[in-house]
Design a protein around this ligand. Structure first.
Ligand SMILES: [Zn+2]
Length: 460
């Protein structure tokens, strides 16, 4: 089906490249983008990771007069895998249905890539004179690969260095009537740490399990059951307090009152009760649940070699997302206390040692939020208020990790947006089935980002 939206049409094409990670091969999509941007006079660089089927990062640069430092728009083009049987359409066909574009990556983040790319193309098409370079980066390996943004920043900072940047991040919420009521511009991310629990026991014949729970798998299950049964407490930071206070102004009672309690009450029990009601009754329960606390998800289990062998070890991976200011010691202490089994080993498999993990997390979690005093933030806010007049624009925390960390670690302010209004039904399909984005929302986002670029990069 055809669409008159140029952003939706571009997104349809982007969805047809199978950039599933792993392996995250983005060579073909990078070549496609090159064909789109070269005729517009952009300078193109392709940066190949040292891995045969690995990512190729695409960089297009529209030249300004150099009187100001560049602005960067960064979007990843790799996507997570699909369960094809559970989709109602081909996830790699770019199908349009009922005003939505469907496909893996439609909202995370090929939709954003399409919006950013169209906004940059429009600058060239409309011959807007530029005071600063405008850099569009389409990265690979965002969905957890070794050659993503941090690698690229180490290798080719010369291609990316900018005064400030746009990235995936904040949500534009709609209320029940479909009106955009809150525009979140994320100025920092939660930090991820993966901890691995390893339980050991005597390997033997499965006919001799002995007294419970002396097998490795038994001990691990008990530890994990304790983690599942416990809910981490809500905890406010300066940023999330402001965010939930804004929600108390842009939602209706009784939700508004619970947000007010969560944001302002000194009483931990009252905050917990309010937090629970918000998750039970609110429009974006998963998101709000995640933003008010550290979260912990058991994501991988590994144990056993044969059905009649009691294995000597069993392990689980815990994917932990920490609020700003929280480090490895807080995460370890929580897990240790809840599992209450000193015989279970805890390590951080992505790092050579716990000390290394602690140091890395320390740097990430203590970096200040990106300033809301920059020309880019101010313009994002002003144009969001024009396009979505009933929305409050709020700086926010992002509940997951993004490539923004790579730029923020180098001192570049980064603003995160999913540049399209959406509802919870659309949001929860991210990394799920029948992922989709509304065409009208794509067009609003393109208007937003283009207007902002004219503002901050155009020669006045
Ligand atoms: Zn993403």
């Amino acid at each position: 089906m055809d669409t008159s939206s140029k952003t939706a049409a571009l997104l349809q094409k982007l969805l047809q490249f199978k950039t599933v990670n792993p392996p995250g091969d983005t060579a073909a999509i990078a070549r496609f983008l090159k064909q789109q941007f070269e005729p517009l006079g952009a300078k193109i660089d392709l940066v190949q990771a040292p891995r045969a089927d690995g990512p190729v990062h695409f960089v297009a640069r529209l030249r300004g007069d150099g009187s100001k430092k560049p602005v960067l728009l960064a979007a990843h083009s790799d996507v997570v895998p699909v369960e094809p049987d559970r989709w109602s359409v081909d996830p790699f066909a770019g199908v349009i249905r009922d005003g939505y574009v469907l496909g893996r990556g439609a909202m995370d983040f090929k939709g954003g890539l399409a919006v950013f790319a169209r906004a940059v193309m429009m600058l060239a098409e409309n011959k807007v004179p530029l005071a600063r370079d405008v850099i569009l980066l389409s990265e690979g390996d965002e969905e957890s690969g070794p050659h993503g943004a941090r690698w690229l920043a180490d290798q080719r900072w010369d291609l990316i260095e900018a005064e400030f940047a746009l990235n995936e991040g904040g949500w534009i919420f709609r209320d029940g009537r479909g009106t955009a009521r809150q525009v979140n511009i994320t100025v920092r991310d939660k930090n991820t740490i993966v901890l691995r629990l390893t339980a050991r026991g005597a390997p033997t014949h499965s006919a001799w399990p002995g007294l419970a729970p002396h097998t490795a798998i038994g001990r691990l299950i008990i530890a994990l059951a304790r983690l599942v049964a416990r809910e981490p407490q809500p905890m406010m930071t300066e940023l999330t307090q402001g965010y939930f206070a804004a929600l108390s102004r842009t939602t209706e009672p009784p939700l508004a009152g619970w947000f007010h309690t969560l944001a302002t009450s000194p009483d931990a029990a009252a905050r917990e009760a309010a937090g629970r009601r918000i998750v039970e009754e609110g429009a974006y329960p998963m998101l709000w649940h995640a933003l008010m606390r550290n979260t912990l998800a058991i994501t991988m289990l590994n144990g056993g070699i044969k059905e009649n062998v009691i294995p000597g070890s069993a392990e689980a991976k815990l994917n932990i997302r920490l609020l700003p200011g929280q480090g490895l010691d807080e995460a370890m202490a929580y897990v240790r206390e809840v599992i209450a089994d000193d015989g279970i080993r805890i390590d951080a498999p992505a790092f050579a040692s716990l000390d290394e993990a602690r140091a890395d997390l320390h740097v990430r979690t203590n970096r200040p939020a990106s300033s809301t005093e920059t020309a880019l933030y101010r313009s994002l806010k002003a144009h969001a208020e024009r396009i979505w007049p009933e929305a409050e624009v709020t700086p926010a925390l992002f509940e997951a990790g993004t490539d923004a960390t790579a730029w923020r670690l180098r001192g570049v302010p980064v603003y995160g947006v999913y540049p399209y209004p959406l509802d919870n039904e659309t949001m929860v399909r991210m990394h799920g089935n029948d992922e989709r984005i509304e065409i009208a929302a794509l067009d609003q986002g393109t208007d937003w980002v283009y207007s902002v670029l004219v503002d901050v990069a155009g020669r006045s």
